[in-house]
Design a protein around this ligand. Structure first.
Ligand code: ZN
Length: 479
């Protein structure tokens, strides 16, 4: 039996966030390193978080927008890749290939880094007339991007899980409206489900998706001062349509090329969730993504042992809507159990001892609260949802407060450099020019994150190149 001290988190979040993050991920048993380099094993406790994200996604995005799920092959013929030049160039450094000696098809096959090309090959057969539009398809799948940088659990791995939506519309207006609507729905998912605030905005020319007209993004901001790009929605215009020969006969009886978007979010969100809320005791899960909302721990003494155990079982049954864990094992002390379930991030702990039994109550403690509160048996079913909701709201409130405290407006290059040293999320009037963006990155290590969707009016000049400021851009270091 491992000692509590050894099982618990050894690194402080405030001291070494990177090491702390890895420890929380591994010791809470949501994920482990695979023997396969650069890959991870998502364990049941981590996969259940992904399932909650999927459920919420289906309910708040696919269903209201009328998006249907489908599945396309993992392998993409090289010739498909090269149909859209910018797209091929953008992805070529990180594509894993299967040699043509092996495929026997006379051409190499890519392992999908994203599925635009293979899906649009099908779309070119499926779309004939305006009656086939809009076409809205989503795929839940894995993708492979052959990272050469150091990989990090959930944040950067060679293979990860995601969803990719690919819609086709008659008009550019419909396409743009829904591309924006989707990024807003992504932001709502982050806030409402994961209690994770994000900036919602548009990427710079340099940072947009390969082959897109423009890219919208949601950017989380982590306590260590690094942004986490958490989801993107790309307006692809009619470029892919032309490259893949997708066309439709309009109401005017003429042939037209349709307009498209693609949009995705991935298991990277789980990394953002861990960094945003967890603490020195381990994982903290917003109640809405927790598979088990509570753990029931009977306090076993000689006195009234049988009665306490019996009541604990009865409560487990009564509260099954919250998928409770009952830990009535006798080989571990209550203190040991408390630490274990705090490490796992179970939102609520219910303690029941002989004295509680006499008083017809339990003691409840939330994963983030300081105090235990007494709740009568008769009020449990009413109080638990309220306590969980309060905890969910409190996590979002705290995360917003922290993120706001890290925002800083700067108007000079010195101010910019100081802000980066202090791990800030920088707001700056900026020229918008790609060479200036490169210059800032080289000098400071910071990259553009986005301009906000709710447009902010630019003023004055760009501190780095003294040209007229065209937009208000957010900058920071990033994952
Ligand atoms: Zn500039």
């Amino acid at each position: 039996m491992a000692k509590v001290e050894e099982k618990g988190i050894q690194t402080k979040k405030a001291e070494d966030m990177s090491k702390w993050y890895e420890e929380v991920c591994l010791k809470s048993e949501i994920v482990e390193f695979s023997t396969v380099k650069g890959c991870m094993v998502i364990r049941p406790r981590g996969y259940s978080i992904w399932e909650k994200i999927k459920e919420h996604f289906e309910l708040t995005i696919n269903k209201p927008l009328g998006v249907k799920n489908a599945y396309f092959p993992l392998f993409i013929p090289e010739s498909f890749f090269h149909k859209e030049t910018e797209h091929a160039e953008g992805f070529s450094p990180e594509v894993a290939w299967i040699d043509k000696e092996l495929t026997g098809d006379g051409e190499r096959l890519a392992i999908r880094p994203t599925s635009e090309t293979i899906m649009y090959d099908s779309y070119s057969r499926w779309i004939r007339s305006y009656r086939d539009l809009p076409l809205k398809i989503n795929q839940w799948c894995n993708v492979v991007r052959w990272e050469t940088k150091a990989t990090r659990l959930f944040l950067r791995s060679r293979e990860f899980l995601w969803q990719e939506g690919h819609n086709v519309y008659e008009t550019p207006e419909e396409c743009e409206t829904e591309t924006i609507d989707i990024i807003k729905r992504y932001a709502a998912l982050c806030e409402n489900l994961l209690a994770m605030p994000v900036l919602v905005g548009k990427k710079s020319e340099k940072e947009k998706f390969a082959g897109a007209v423009h890219t919208y993004t949601i950017e989380g901001f982590m306590p260590d001062g690094k942004a986490l790009q958490s989801g993107t929605s790309h307006n692809l215009g009619d470029g892919f349509g032309k490259a893949f020969g997708i066309s439709f006969l309009g109401k005017d009886e003429k042939k037209h090329t349709p307009f498209q978007n693609s949009w995705g979010l991935s298991t990277r969100l789980i990394g953002g969730l861990v960094m945003t809320h967890s603490d020195d005791k381990g994982l903290v899960l917003p109640p809405m993504v927790a598979e088990n909302k509570l753990v029931i721990i009977p306090l076993i003494f000689k006195k009234d042992k049988e009665a306490v155990l019996e009541k604990a079982k009865e409560l487990t049954d009564d509260l099954k809507a919250f998928n409770p864990i009952l830990d009535d094992s006798e080989e571990y002390s209550p203190g040991y159990k408390y630490a274990e379930y705090e490490l796992q991030g179970i939102p609520l702990r219910i303690e029941l001892g002989p004295r509680d039994l006499e008083n017809n109550q339990v003691m409840i403690k939330t994963r983030i609260g300081e105090e235990k509160i007494a709740v009568p048996f008769s009020e449990l079913e009413k109080r638990i949802p309220e306590i969980l909701e309060e905890m969910q709201n409190e996590l979002l409130r705290k995360a917003k407060e922290r993120m706001d405290s890290q925002k800083m407006s700067v108007s000079s290059t010195e101010g910019f450099e100081k802000a980066i040293e202090k791990s800030k999320l920088i707001r700056m009037n900026w020229c918008g020019e790609p060479p200036c963006e490169l210059d800032i990155k080289e000098k400071t290590g910071a990259t553009t994150r986005c301009t906000l969707l709710e447009e902010e009016k630019a003023e004055g000049e760009c501190p780095f190149c003294n040209k007229e400021a065209k937009e208000v851009m957010y900058f920071s270091r990033s994952y």
